[in-house]
Write a protein that binds this ligand. Sequence first.
Ligand SMILES: Cc1ncc(COP(=O)(O)O)c(C=O)c1O
Length: 288
Amino acid sequence: MIVYLNGAFLPAEKACLSPLDRGFLFGDGIYEVIPSYQGAFFLLDEHLERLRRSLREIRMPEPQPEKGWAAVLAELLERNPGGDRSVYLQLTRGSAPRDHAFPAAAAATEFAMVSPIAPLSVDLAERGFAAITLPDQRWGRCDIKSVALLPNVLARQHAVEQGAVEAILLRGGKLTEGAASNVFVVLGGAVVTPALGPEILPGITRRFLLDALRNEGWDCREEPVLESTLRSADEIWLTSSTKELLPVTVLDGRPVGTGRPGPMWGRALDVFQRARERSMATPATGAE
Ligand SMILES: Cc1ncc(COP(=O)(O)O)c(C=O)c1O
């Protein structure tokens, strides 16, 4: 695997970082995961926009690779030929003597790598996925795509140990999101997802799905989802850049709706995929 590190493309095993890197010491950095299909990025501009927003929120100047991010990421994809893949891009506040406050001068660390996107198997699309609920123990700025993910790691591990694909998080009796996904519920024909705010990540897939469904006249609402509503939903879906749109059919060991992927999920996936094809037919500008 060829990775990108601080301006160079090199084999992963040759890529070295200082142990004083603030990403390593403090989790002082942010990241993006950008999907690509058949060599072309999907919603690249939106991901780069969110990257800039995360940087602003942590008061970190944007490192500007000479070629621009779009060209760097495109080159990384080319150097790692394969099927559908996601690019992980991480920026940290760089390496400096350990002190919590920002270093007076430190060059940001820029790192990117490529991972395969596993297609949804027919079997899983027919059965759906299990999820568990857990208390949301994360910090108060989950809208920043921070690399400090320990609560998400612990939540996801709980899920895996219980044979579930995702942990769905609850705070103050309300749904927030998944450990690595946004969550939608279907209630009597309406599609509902928590409104944006500091408690959830503004998911790129979430936004794209909402826009695509609304364009086709679906009733979509962004409003609080009570735990009781989640538990009585007809359908539950997860969205993320690498999962696209997954149906949750078992929550905490109990069936969601009929216990099979719901009819609204199948139609929503179709709307999503058609909108994605249209969007990819109009290439991203990579505007920086
Ligand atoms: C906590 C969390 N929420 C939501 C998402 C989905 O965001 P996106 O659709 O931009 O991938 C992710 C993605 O990894 C995430 O980690």
